[in-house]
Design a binder for this molecule. Structure first.
Ligand SMILES: [Fe+2]
Ligand SMILES: [Fe+2]
Length: 306
């Protein structure tokens, strides 16, 4: 009886997984963007606008901020958004490989696999868009730093359980919350708003797919796999949250990079921003039993939870 019930539940689950993928494929066909033609790259930047809402710049409200000129603050917002975009490319390259590994053993004629391929296509276009964006900003591709780059190689090569979609969600949801705010903020450069709008529309589908799959995988995972997922997820949260702004972004506007990084890390305003950006994610992970165990030390260090 139990076997019959669990077979029926598995079949039902497969149907709902396919139905979700079909909806996402249809939505992608109706609204997707090509950054080559859907972004006005030739438009010059407005001379006096920030590149992100002023209160989201990492040093906002600190003593260093008080000493900075308005132009220096605008320039820092430009370098910080370039740094975040370069970390976005780094993570999208990890994500492409995680998704490809996720579908490697699944039926290539399932909608679940077809949607993963659509999502890989989206992420390829996003990385092209972020790459052009960084160039347009006149900033270096800062990247996440050598240590995070190496940890990313480990994650993309070895991750295989619920930690795959959990890591994907950390990057996607934090960026999504920040971009949802800035895409409607008229005090921000139009190019930044357009890029954020495109990313938010396409990422909403990715987040739904990852939520759905992560719930399914956590429900079916062994206690050991859950514990491992909690640890890897906590590690990913710390790495991603601490690498969004490269210290060289501070040096680029004439600040001492170590002093500026310390000031940002200890700023209550910055901490509020990070907790706000992660609040949806943290609530979702809490409901899935993904927060707990030794990894909580890393979560607290990440500044993403109180
Ligand atoms: Fe993306
Ligand atoms: Fe995505």
């Amino acid at each position: 009886m139990t076997t019959t019930t669990s077979v029926a539940a598995t079949a039902l689950d497969a149907v709902s997984r396919e139905a979700m993928a079909q909806r996402l494929i249809r939505a992608s066909a109706q609204k997707s963007f090509d950054p080559e033609v859907d972004v006005e790259w030739a438009q010059p930047p407005a001379s006096d606008l920030f590149y992100m809402p002023e209160h989201r710049v990492s040093l906002y409200g600190t003593r260093i901020w008080e000493r900075m000129t308005r132009q220096q603050r605008i320039d820092l917002s430009r370098h910080e958004i370039a740094s975040t975009a370069s970390v976005g490319i780094w993570f999208e390259l990890i994500l492409l490989q995680l998704l490809a590994r996720h579908i490697y053993d699944l039926s290539p004629t399932s909608d679940h696999v077809r949607y993963a391929l659509v999502e890989i296509g989206d992420e390829c276009r996003h990385s092209v868009m972020f790459s052009r964006f960084i160039e347009k900003l006149g900033c270096p591709a800062y990247g996440p730093g050598k240590a995070a780059h190496a940890l990313g190689r480990f994650l993309k090569t070895t991750a295989s359980g619920p930690e795959v979609f959990a890591a994907i969600l950390i990057a996607e949801e934090i960026l999504d919350t920040l971009q949802r705010e800035l895409m409607t903020d008229e005090s921000v450069q139009p190019l930044v708003r357009r890029i954020s709008q495109i990313h938010v529309i396409e990422e909403a589908r990715h987040v739904r797919y990852a939520h759905d799959e992560l719930q399914r995988q956590m429900a079916g995972a062994s206690p050991l796999a859950r514990e491992w997922a909690r640890w890897v997820t906590a590690r990913s949260a710390l790495v991603i949250s601490s690498r969004l702004i490269h210290p060289d972004a501070y040096a680029a506007v004439g600040l001492d990079p170590l002093e500026a990084r310390r000031a940002a890390l200890s700023s209550p305003i910055r901490r509020d921003t990070m907790r706000w950006a992660a609040s949806r994610l943290v609530t979702f992970f809490g409901g899935l039993d993904l927060l707990g165990g030794p990894g909580m030390v890393l979560w607290r260090r990440s500044g993403l939870i109180g």
